[in-house]
Write a protein that binds this ligand. Structure first.
Ligand code: EPU
Length: 415
């Protein structure tokens, strides 16, 4: 429940990156050993992954500071029966990790946010190239290989998931794997760094070509996950959303925020980087801008929905082109309930800036749609009630608590 119109002022710290963490946890299973992952976000997707690997025999210990210890020496079979794999997309990383460790794996087909078709053909193409046989029957995907052998794999589309999954799967293959046309997102680099800290030989992460020289075995490691660039971007947008906003967002890697900072500056918002923090100051009504989502370092699709909320208030007309997920405009109908003037035609949304949204009862349809509605609620006149918070809880740690600490009038009524 949000009572809108209060500018956000103060400091807020960003948690560890969701989309890195959900790959690091499965990657920790590569070693028959203990790993410690630090700075993990307290979010539902992490909780679900913990439950899945615990049920498989891994010992998991979590302390209150965001460190997770995973001892996977007791994990002795690669068949995942826990139906919760369908609750999140990132469960597909268990395929790559267990295939590498056991040369075999089976689990239910992964799920995730409903934002368009979410094929995994590039993952499968890569697993096959490494020597795995792949079978999908009755909703269960099974991979099996006598041996995994390094290969040259050219991805048809730039896919974060396929890049990370194939990097993981190739760590212990015989010989060298060359992955081309890969994703360059910060979490790809983060996973490569973690793998290398476990004894893998991965080079080139962050460029278009990654080389993985297979090693005999991997060992445990202690590793700290990078800050979440999307959470940081969400607070940057929220800070800009209400005139008078002035927020310092701490624990960020400025380079990762270049594209969102550039857009906010183009809109007339003040953005100042200082070490590992960024200060965002609202300068009144923002100007309209055009946005096209692209793989990193382009504008991230995961911030398209939150920034759409801000653009509903901008002076002028903005054109938003979503080039990654064809179904990522489901927040638009909810924003319209609040008075927004948005037309969607295929992958393009045209937003006519208006003066003032009005509070309404709306529903989060997916994770970033939820964040978009929270931002809209912060901007709106009167009260906004947002339902289906479980989507938000999948990827934001204590969103309402952090916003309340910045002066927002927001509270959770029901869990
Ligand atoms: N694609 C294929 N075939 C594949 C894989 C992907 O055609 O085998 C296509 C997709 O349909 C999409 C494009 O390639 O059009 C990019 O998909 P990608 O594989 O990069 O997405 P993903 O790995 O499934 C991750 C994040 C998403 C984020 C995208 C893009 C995780 C768990 N999820 O998904 O995060 O939107 O990369 O950056 O890392 C979110 O956090 O809200 C979220 C949805």
């Amino acid at each position: 429940m949000i009572n809108g119109g209060k500018p956000l002022v103060g400091q807020v710290a960003v948690s560890g990156a969701k989309n890195a963490t959900v790959a690091l946890i499965p990657a920790a299973l590569l070693a028959n050993d203990k790993c410690a992952l630090e700075n993990l976000p307290l979010i539902r997707d992490v909780q679900v992954l913990m439950e899945i690997i615990e049920q498989m025999g891994a010992k998991v210990r979590k302390d209150g500071t965001g460190t997770l210890e995973i001892d996977s020496s007791g994990l002795n079979h690669p068949h995942i029966t826990n139906g919760k794999v369908k609750e999140l997309r990132a469960s597909y990383y268990l395929l790559g990790a267990l295939l590498a460790r056991f040369k075999e794996v089976s689990m239910a087909y992964p799920g995730g946010c409903d934002i368009g078709l979410r094929p995994i053909d590039q993952h499968i193409k890569g697993f096959k190239a490494l020597g795995a046989e792949v079978e999908i029957e009755h909703g269960i995907i099974s991979l099996k290989a006598d041996r995994l052998v390094g290969s040259h794999i050219f991805l048809d589309v730039v896919s974060v998931g396929a890049t990370i999954n194939l990097m993981i799967a190739a760590t212990m293959a015989e010989g060298t794997t060359v992955l081309e046309n890969v994703a360059k997102e910060p979490h790809v680099v983060d996973v490569a760094n973690f793998l290398n800290s476990m004894g893998a030989e991965v080079k080139g992460a962050g460029t278009d070509v990654i080389r993985v020289k297979g090693v005999e075995s991997m060992h445990g490691s202690t590793y700290m996950v990078i800050p979440d660039q999307i959470e940081a971007g969400t607070y940057m947008i929220a800070a800009a959303a209400i005139p008078g906003g002035d927020v310092i967002i701490e624990n960020v890697i400025p380079k990762h925020l270049d594209s969102i900072a550039a857009k906010l500056i183009e809109m007339g918002v003040e953005v100042q980087f200082n070490g590992d923090s960024v200060r965002v100051i609202s300068k009144g009504r923002p100007r309209s801008v055009d946005i096209k989502t692209l793989p990193y370092p382009g504008f991230p699709t995961d911030l398209q929905q939150p920034i759409t909320s801000l653009l509903t208030q901008a002076e002028g007309t903005s054109m938003i082109t979503e080039s990654i997920w064809e179904g990522r405009f489901r927040h638009v109908d909810e924003l319209k309930r609040m008075g927004a003037d948005i037309k969607v035609e295929g992958r393009v949304a045209v937003v006519e800036g208006i003066r003032g949204l009005s509070g309404s009862k709306v529903s989060a349809t997916d994770l970033r749609a939820g964040a978009a509605l929270v931002i809209a609620g912060l901007m709106a006149r009167g009260q906004t009630e947002i339902n289906n918070l479980f989507h938000i809880d999948r990827g934001y740690e204590n969103l309402e608590g952090k916003l309340a600490s910045l002066g927002a009038d927001i509270k959770r009524i029901k869990y």
